[in-house]
Design a protein around this ligand. Structure first.
Ligand SMILES: *Cc1c(COP(=O)(O)O)cnc(C)c1O
Length: 395
């Protein structure tokens, strides 16, 4: 079967919820993927910011295989060693207090919302609390997460969603302040908006949110699902702002390819919110995925992944800025670390992305006109050059 036939067959049984690129991938090696016809692609999409260590990073596969040989799953009714290690490591990396592991990003957001509501319920002795979220945000596809996602076309067919959500302008503190009332229990925002088009929060905005939350005893939830786990050169993007959330969500690169996410609480949120009976998950944080999380943290520390991102970022930005200067179709570069966006004008961003695919480079879009680069964190300088060379031709 050639790739064309494989694609036709896929469309027979797989619900068409994605307009997929016309490529069937078979295997990866380092930061390259190979399709079923043997063509090689430089991967600057990384499974949407998931494959931070690329493919077959030394030690990663072995750790997963070893866990398979012990046990995959036991349920959260019992303790096991991998979840203890993974919890400790995530607490250490975030300097927060308690972790709840989930299977996905959207579930991490669901848990964060529940924890915030429960915190307010315990404090006031009543329900009926509200959440302030941001326009242009993305937090996931399940109903709770969708309810705090400020992008109309994702939401509209599924209304009514969860009530009690108000939307403010991202990076506009006054617009948030204007929505706060006595029922507000949480403010949720991405530290760097990803799907919305790579918009980093400003320092003043995040610090302002923190101050506002402190004044009114509102919980600050930062969604680090895409921008976290080293992507900006810090374990979590907020660590560069001098601002700490009360609850943080993480997923994507947390397991570098296994389905795992988490919401992480500080002491204040952890000590007065969810208790036995309030929340649960069958699979969440099972021994298999936690073995992956452990290995990811171990590799990050052993192989100095964060310093590598910090060191290579100026070069990546410099080379991307060259494209901005050279091509009138690139209006602007935005982003932080290895989470970068180029704003494409005068032609559809999809045209550039499809061209790149043809030429063996994987990049994706964000928002309506942004070309998004979220490569594995282990890319080299030479691979930045290779990406720039191809992108230059496509532009
Ligand atoms: C991807 C993403 C989610 C949703 O994660 P899933 O694992 O797809 O459910 C939520 N928030 C942000 C910021 C994301 O980038």
């Amino acid at each position: 079967m050639n790739m064309h036939d494989q694609i036709e067959e896929a469309e027979v049984s797989i619900l068409h919820t994605y307009n997929r690129f016309p490529v069937v991938f078979e295997r990866g090696e380092g930061v390259y993927l190979y399709d079923t016809e043997g063509k090689r692609y430089l991967d600057f999409a990384a499974g949407i910011a998931v494959n931070a260590l690329g493919y077959h990073y030394p030690g990663y596969d072995e750790a997963l295989k070893a866990q398979i040989d012990k046990m995959l799953h036991t349920s959260n009714l019992y303790y096991n060693i991998p979840i203890v290690d993974a919890g400790n490591k995530l607490v250490l990396a975030s300097r927060m207090n308690k972790v709840f592991f989930t299977n996905s990003g959207t579930e991490a957001v669901e848990g964060a919302i529940k924890a915030a509501k429960k915190y307010a319920y315990m404090k006031t002795g009543r329900a009926g609390h509200e959440i302030i979220a941001m326009k242009n945000s993305f937090h996931g596809r399940s109903i709770g997460a969708l309810s705090v996602t400020g992008t109309d076309h994702y939401r509209e067919p599924f209304e009514p969603l969860m009530g009690g959500v108000r939307f403010a302008e991202f990076n506009n503190l006054e617009s948030v302040e204007a929505l706060v009332n006595e029922n507000t229990c949480a403010i949720i925002c991405e530290t760097i908006q990803g799907e919305g088009g790579i918009h980093p929060a400003t320092r003043d905005f995040l610090r302002g949110l923190r101050r506002l939350c402190n004044e009114k005893d509102i919980l600050l939830i930062l969604d680090e699902i895409q921008c976290g786990m080293g992507r900006t050169g810090y374990y979590f993007a907020w660590q560069a702002y001098g601002v700490q959330p009360d609850i943080m969500t993480t997923a994507k690169a947390l397991g570098c390819g296994v389905p795992v996410g988490a919401f992480v609480l500080n002491k204040k949120a952890a000590s007065a919110s969810l208790v036995p009976g309030d929340h649960g998950t069958t699979y969440g944080g099972n021994p298999f995925v936690c073995a992956a999380v452990n290995k990811v943290f171990e590799i990050y520390e052993r192989d100095m992944i964060l310093p590598h991102v910090q060191e290579l970022t100026p070069y990546l930005e410099e080379r991307l800025d060259e494209l901005v200067d050279k091509h009138s179709s690139v209006a602007e570069r935005r982003g932080s670390g290895f989470m970068q966006g180029l704003v494409i004008t005068g032609k559809p961003v999809s045209q550039v992305i499809n061209k790149a695919l043809e030429k063996g480079l994987l990049v994706i879009s964000a928002g309506t006109d942004v070309l998004r680069l979220v490569p594995p964190l282990v890319i080299s300088r030479a691979q930045v050059d290779e990406m720039i060379h191809i992108l230059d031709q496509c532009l």
